[in-house]
Design a protein around this ligand. Structure first.
Ligand SMILES: [Zn+2]
Length: 268
């Protein structure tokens, strides 16, 4: 197996992985979505709710706010030695919210109004609207975040998007006379004719739509777009709760643990 990073940004990572099966990359994708734990608000205690929304709706909206998750700092309440239903400092984070509407205008309550007891656990974005308040109306609550996994609820999914595609490959044969018809037909605009030759500028952008082959006047076509069956381009966009590299690390570790259990079960 070979892996090379194509691009890496704050919340995105794109890499090329080869020498693996579609089942393997799909396992990686599913592990990221279902098994990598992150923090999300799971319980809310309301002291005052004079907003137009019911408690349940406000609680649901709070649950969907992505929170930054310090890796390794918290444990899942099921695995915590406190054994308490309420949780402890190792398995739970408290976030307070107390907003009163202004004198004569409606006020929007934002995610930035949540005050966390742990500076490392904060809403990923400060500008997520929670609800609105009429003049002098108040919303006061205490929310409790805990670790969870995406298979239990989508609010615990660390990735907004995680997908892969087969590595495209475009072969130009000797029979090509660089007439340029495929250049005009390509919807991705990745073909160009330079110095009497046809070039592919960025093969990764090819969708293998085969418009180039259809536009080619030669029989058989002098340009053949296809996919490499054991090579993939993998895309991961984090919600911001964990850096993409950390999501990949944890997913790989979880997959390894699962494979280890299979080996152990069969006596390996
Ligand atoms: Zn605990």
């Amino acid at each position: 197996m070979e892996l090379s990073v194509i691009s890496s940004k704050e919340d995105d990572i794109v890499f090329r992985i080869s020498g693996v099966t579609p089942a393997f990359v799909n396992s990686l994708r599913r592990t990221i979505l279902c098994d990598v734990p992150i923090l999300a608000i799971h319980e809310v205690m309301f002291f005052e709710n004079e907003s137009p929304m019911h408690d349940e709706i406000v609680a649901h909206r709070l649950g969907l706010i992505p929170l930054t998750t310090p890796p390794g700092k918290y444990v899942s309440p099921e695995l915590c030695d406190c054994g308490s239903e309420l949780g402890c400092a190792k398995c739970r984070v408290s976030l307070l919210l107390d907003v009163t509407g202004t004198e004569n205008r409606s006020t929007t309550v934002y995610s930035s109004d949540l005050k966390s007891e742990d500076p490392e656990v904060q809403p990923v974005s400060a500008k997520i609207p929670i609800t609105k308040l009429g003049p002098k109306k108040r919303l006061k609550l205490e929310a409790y975040a805990r670790l969870g996994v995406g298979s239990a609820h989508a609010k615990w999914q660390p990735a907004a998007t995680v997908s892969y595609k087969f590595q495209p490959k475009v072969t130009v044969s000797q029979g090509c006379d660089a007439c340029g018809r495929c250049v005009a037909a390509c919807p991705q605009k990745i073909l160009k004719v330079q110095g009497g030759r046809l070039y592919v500028s960025d093969v990764d952008l090819c969708t293998v739509c085969k418009e180039c082959a259809r536009a080619c006047p030669k029989t058989p076509a002098a340009i053949v777009p296809e996919t490499v069956r054991d090579e993939f381009i993998f895309f991961l966009h984090s919600t911001g709760s964990l850096p993409p590299a950390e999501i990949m690390r944890q997913a790989a570790r979880i997959l390894e643990e699962k494979a280890g259990k299979v080996c152990k079960a069969v006596g390996g």
